[in-house]
Write a protein that binds this ligand. Structure first.
Ligand code: ADP
Ligand code: MG
Length: 310
């Protein structure tokens, strides 16, 4: 009898794997929100929740040390998690870092890595409070950031409403040719948005606009239409598809009711010079997720996926 091949990870995809884990996790008793958003949300004080998020970077998968330099990699290792705290409307407070290091790696590389990491931590008032160290074949870093958010400022992926206007901060596309190493986590913008406006849903764009908007749509059980023409392209973007499908932009994608969106457009610029652009609208779930193509004006389903590890 022919032995059946075991089901492999690559066939169930990154999100299939996370879903599989989530299905096995018992219902939460003390945490407010577990797997499924940019951060976990945990009861904390009367007025605040605790936020926590983890992100891992692996040499050869996420970065090339010789090309990028350890300082920038260290900075990015923290910046990606700060971006997740921003996506919940929170403020980062503490971090921990686990390192896997090759034994013949020059000490200077690790020193440079920490110089980049700690410089950014200082800029945002984040305290490094621990971690773990192991030997590994390649440099691996896994960073946990703990933050807090006023209960009224918490924004989830799951609260987008039909009729909401969809916004993005900054410009998108081609991040891999530059921006992904020194992007500014949008903590200031998130703070302004959540303090002054009613934001219904938010995510940071790490895996591409199309893929990450899809996560808001799935969690909120709605559809959407976006106009390709309206999406501001980064100077690195190769074409307008770059803005939809390239990863690592680390901009914010958020939605607000039409009335609130008007206030955002009128007033956000009083607080910050960061570009904010309305790019589409939340639709009923049965509409699906469609894009108005730039050149043809055709309204077509968004089929391609964002970045997944497998
Ligand atoms: P982000 O891109 O915002 O960092 P991810 O796509 O990495 O988010 O993760 C989506 C959700 O799945 C998050 O809530 C994250 O904590 C959770 N998650 C990811 N990987 C695992 C895992 N191996 N086990 C448990 N939860 C996970
Ligand atoms: Mg995120």
């Amino acid at each position: 009898m022919k032995r059946q091949e075991p089901m492999k990870i690559k066939y169930i995809s990154e999100f299939g794997l996370i879903k599989r884990v989530n299905n096995k996790v018992p219902a939460l008793k003390n945490a407010v929100l577990g797997i499924g958003d940019d951060c976990a949300v945990i009861n904390y004080t009367k007025n605040k929740y605790l936020l926590s998020t983890m992100d891992m970077l692996i040499e050869g998968v996420h970065f090339d040390l010789r090309k990028f330099g350890a300082f920038k990699v260290g900075r990015k290792a923290l910046a990606v998690s700060l971006s997740d705290i921003a996506a919940m409307g929170g403020i980062p407070k503490y971090c921990l870092i686990s390192l896997g290091v090759p034994e013949d790696m020059p000490v200077k590389v690790v020193d440079d890595f920490y110089a980049g990491f700690l410089k950014l931590a200082k800029e945002y008032g984040v305290e490094l409070v621990g971690g773990d160290t192991n030997r590994s074949d390649k440099l691996i870093c896994d960073v946990c950031v703990i933050g807090e958010v006023k209960k009224e400022n918490l924004v989830l992926r799951s609260e987008a409403k039909i009729g909401d206007i969809i916004f993005i901060t900054g410009c998108l596309g081609g991040s891999i040719y530059g921006k992904h190493l020194d992007f500014t986590p949008r903590l200031m913008e998130a703070k302004i948005l959540t303090k002054n406006f009613r934001i219904n849903s938010m995510i940071d764009i790490s895996d591409g606009l199309a893929g990450d908007l899809k996560r808001i749509l799935e969690e909120s059980k709605v559809g959407a239409v976006i106009a390709q023409e309206k999406i501001p392209l980064s100077k690195y973007a190769l074409n307008c598809d770059s803005a939809l499908y390239d990863g690592e932009d680390y901009e914010l994608l958020f939605t607000a009711s039409e009335k609130e969106a008007r206030k955002v457009v009128e007033n956000f610029k009083k607080f910050s010079g960061t570009r904010l652009t309305p790019i589409g609208k939340i639709m009923p779930k049965k509409f699906g997720f469609r894009v108005i193509e730039k050149d043809t004006n055709r309204v077509v389903p968004v089929e391609k996926k964002g970045f997944e590890h497998f």
